[in-house]
Design a protein around this ligand. Sequence first.
Ligand code: PHE
Length: 527
Amino acid sequence: QLILDTLDKEGEIKDTRTLVLPGYKDPAATHDSQIIILGALNSLSSRDMIAYTTHETVSHVLTQEGAQIALQGSHEARVWAACPKKGEGAPIPPKQLQEKVGAETAKVGQGQAFKNKWIGKEGDGLVKLVDSITDITQLQMREVDSTGTLKAGEKALAELRKRKLIAQRKGQWFSVSKGPNFSTSTAKPETDLTVDMLASGSWKTSTYKKYNFEADGIPPNGGALHPLLKVREEIRNIFLEMGFAEMPTSSFVESGFWCFDALFVPQQHPAREVQDTFYLSDPAESLPPPKEYYERVSKVHEQGGYGSTGYRAPWSHEESRKLLLRTHTTASSASMLYKLAARCRGEEDDSEEAVKREGAHAASTVPGTGKAGPDGFRPAKLFSIDRVFRNETMDATHLAEFHQVEGVVADRGLTLADLIGFMRVFFKKMGIENLRFKPAYNPYTEPSLEIFAFHPQLKKWVEVGNSGMFRPEMLEPMGFPKDVHVHGWGISLERPTMIRYGINNIRTLVGHKVSLESVERSPAVRF
Ligand code: PHE
């Protein structure tokens, strides 16, 4: 307002250092006042109410020592003040002076006070030689403090700079003229035309804010994929690129038969216990599995066969029919492999009714590749990425439900080398090249391998998957010829995603604590 009023009265402001700011006595000569003025100038000029030009100056400010002198006097003045008048009182010994004014002031001040003939020696002590002094240094400090310079000129300033009592500071001052929208009113310009303004007619006299065509727009609020979905898509593309077909995995609820028995998991296996598996209570029992296959499976468990001794434990029909939330997608792989073997069993059911009845599980919908041999077998490469459930204690890295990535390859004469070679290609496509394989145990695979990858950021080996060659006890009851081997592997989707996005608590990735903002901002990543 001061700037606008001054411009209104005088037409221009040649030097903003001549303005007297409200609440101040002196003109706005100091650095700080000019900063305040600059703020106002910028705000007024953005509305084209004024225009201004900047002038650079060099001014001086007090150093910490200079400020102390302005307040308490120079070292020599303080030394002088501490000494008794000659003839009045005992001369002050140097040690006592030191205690009174401080070691530094006593040291620096004594020499200068002697030189000025303000003090003299008497015996072992010091006394005043004059009744009054003019503390020029203190006066100079006060002058610099209020005006930023010295009337005495550059030589005196240079001397004080050398003594480190003052320092140079670049400053600015401004000259101001009226702008095209000059007015003495600082009312905020309107940004919108309102009904009230039209009704009252105030729109005619209002000032309006100019359009800023350079302004950034509001970021569009589009949809965003969750990190798990991005990584899922990436892995899915790797599978498709390698000629795999996606298995239908919509059945979260499976029976003990498909989740465990078909996989030759013993009925007393700890994974089947309630602590590890969620069982259903309503309905609690599954529909009967295919009758003949069911008999072959129960037989291989109880009595063995296909070169195996079996588990030699009584078979529980009840255990087999229990409904549960699948603990791994290998349950889906098992039922797909069973369908794939349909032609080997001589059940060449390509009929429309079969597809209608069995849906995606019908033999004709299993995407085998290549021509079937005389035994009806067609090689197949299948994958799935879907949800599994385990009755786990939840912590930073475990949830009761997570996603498994699973692949199976069925062909004649596959060996463990094929599995390892396949793993190398698959993980390389995810950007993971440094792999190690460790013998492991799964009831349904022999041999079994755990897959470890070297994590360059964590600088350690982390487990990335579990794999193996499916056992004859699993494949042969399905009807596969002996020379057909199937290898499979499973990895979790969450673990690589967490490593990739640097997340160390699963709850940051999944569940009600996930921040939508982090989902929107998460980049698409390559492994
Ligand atoms: N089902 C295994 C798991 O849950 C993964 C796996 C799949 C292992 C296929 C071997 C073969 O960890």
